[in-house]
Every structure is written in structure tokens, then in C-alpha cells.
Design a protein around this ligand. Structure first.
Ligand code: HPA
Length: 246
């Protein structure tokens, strides 16, 4: 699953079919810039892959169940592994803009879960263990893939906020205090839904900017999308190498 400005990284796949979400009835679709919205069926190193280019966000008014929809479809189709990517701001100033960071754990500050409310029990138990949501096995393979590519790959905790406004400097100081290294507006709903279905998860953030208050520059969505595009190649190389290690 590719996040803001990162869909080009799907070029690591040999494409068999590419279907706009608009052609699939009932598929929740984003109107946000940078989310073209298509499902790609392809292959890499002998493995079959379904790539979700674009996702929906709670800040657009979608529900947690809408955000989880695509992952649930892939889970029902038999996917056993989810690689989830996103654009994120660096709360930890040691994480450089333009770098890729493995997600070790998350803080869900969106006050929502796809497991709340009616219907969620169709996908598994409601009370899902999240203690190793981001697979240690897959993180270790990703680190090995990065080493083979000669790439740095730090690790961090991702805090998901509702957005769509960027944070205040006080909010970023709060996030740092509670253990966040990265901040973004996505990912955790998909991860919760995938864990409910027993799907193994690798999460990768692309650091697009220093979070509010850590740099004198004002933040902009355009800057986030551009920074995402600059790391698409590195992400594509890393994912191809990772697939070869599975
Ligand atoms: N804050 C929240 N979400 C983000 C950021 C940020 O600084 N950068 C990219 N997504």
C-alpha cells in the first residue's frame, strides 16, 4: 500500500493489470491530491503482489472501516503480508527528511478503530493483540535488504493524528514526550484491520519534513508530495530487494 506521493514506487512490479479504484464498485476513493487511486496486480521475484496506490484518510471524512476496506478485501483474497508505506514528519530530529524509516510500533491518536462498532467481527476477533503489530521478522528482512542496497534504514514509532492541519510545535513536543519518532495522518487503521486478519505487516515511513517547530520552514502538502516523489526510487529498490529475501 503506497501513501502520499509514493505510488511511483509500484514500478518495482512487473504489472499484469492496473485497475482504477473508480472501476471497482463500492471502493472508497480519495479526492486528495497525490493519491491517484488504483489497484495494481503484478509480480516481483516470482511472488504475486497486489499494490494499492492511494488510500482514504479519516481527515477526508471517511470512517475507520472505510480506511480499512482495501486491506480487508486483500485479506479476503488471501494476502498474508501487508507492506504499508506513508509520508511522515520527523518528530525525532535525528531522522533526516528524504530518508526511509522502518515503523517499529505506532501510537493511534485518531480516536478511531475499524474494530469498533457493528460488522467488524466478520473479519476476526474484536480484541486484537497489537504487541507485535509490525513483524520483527519482516523488519529484520527489511534491514538486510537495506544493507544489500547500501541504504540507511532507521527505526521509529509512528504517531497517527487526524489532521488535516499540520501539528503545532506544542503538539510535536507532546508527541516526542510520549515516544513518537514520526507523525502522519494514515496507516494505523489499515494496520489494525490487517492484524485482526492475521496479516503480517511491514511498515515504512518516508520522512518528508521535519515536524512543526523543528525547522523554521512552514509545512505544506506540496512539499510533502514532492519529498515523497524524491524517495520513490529508493523505496522501489528496497521493496524489490526485500521481496527477494522472502
Ligand atoms: N505531520 C503530519 N503528517 C505528515 C507530516 C507532518 O509533519 N508530514 C507528512 N505527513
Amino acid at each position: 500500500m503506497f501513501g502520499s506521493g509514493l505510488s511511483g514506487a509500484a514500478r518495482f512490479l512487473e504489472v499484469d493489470a492496473s485497475i482504477p479504484f473508480s472501476r471497482i464498485s463500492g471502493w472508497p476513493r480519495s479526492a486528495a491530491a497525490g493519491h491517484p487511486g488504483r489497484l495494481i496486480a503484478g509480480r516481483v521475484r516470482g511472488r504475486r503482489v497486489l499494490a494499492l496506490c492511494g488510500r482514504v484518510h479519516l481527515y477526508e471524512g471517511f470512517s475507520a472501516a472505510d480506511a480499512a476496506f482495501a486491506v480487508r478485501v486483500l485479506g479476503k483474497l488471501g494476502a498474508g503480508m501487508l507492506v504499508v508505506t506513508n509520508a511522515a514528519g520527523a518528530v525525532n530530529p535525528a531522522l533526516a527528511p528524504g530518508s526511509l524509516v522502518l515503523i517499529r510500533d505506532h501510537l493511534n491518536l485518531q480516536a478511531a478503530s475499524p474494530l469498533a462498532g457493528a460488522g467488524a467481527e466478520a473479519f476476526g476477533t474484536r480484541f486484537v493483540d497489537m504487541s507485535e503489530a509490525y513483524s520483527p521478522r519482516l523488519r529484520s528482512l527489511a534491514r538486510e535488504a537495506a544493507a544489500r542496497c547500501g541504504m540507511e534504514l532507521a527505526e521509529g514509532v509512528y504517531a497517527a493524528v487526524l489532521g488535516p492541519n499540520f501539528e503545532t510545535p506544542a503538539e510535536i513536543r507532546f508527541l516526542r514526550t510520549i515516544g513518537a519518532d514520526l507523525v502522519g495522518m494514515s496507516t494505523v487503521q489499515e494496520v489494525i484491520a490487517a492484524r485482526q486478519m492475521g496479516i503480517e505487516i511491514l511498515g515504512i515511513s518516508c520522512v518528508t519534513n521535519l515536524a512543526a517547530g523543528l525547522s523554521p520552514e512552514p509545512l505544506s502538502h506540496t512539499e510533502v508530495l514532492e519529498a515523497g516523489r524524491r524517495v520513490e526510487d529508493a523505496l522501489a529498490r528496497l521493496l524489490a530487494e526485500f521481496a527477494g529475501l522472502l
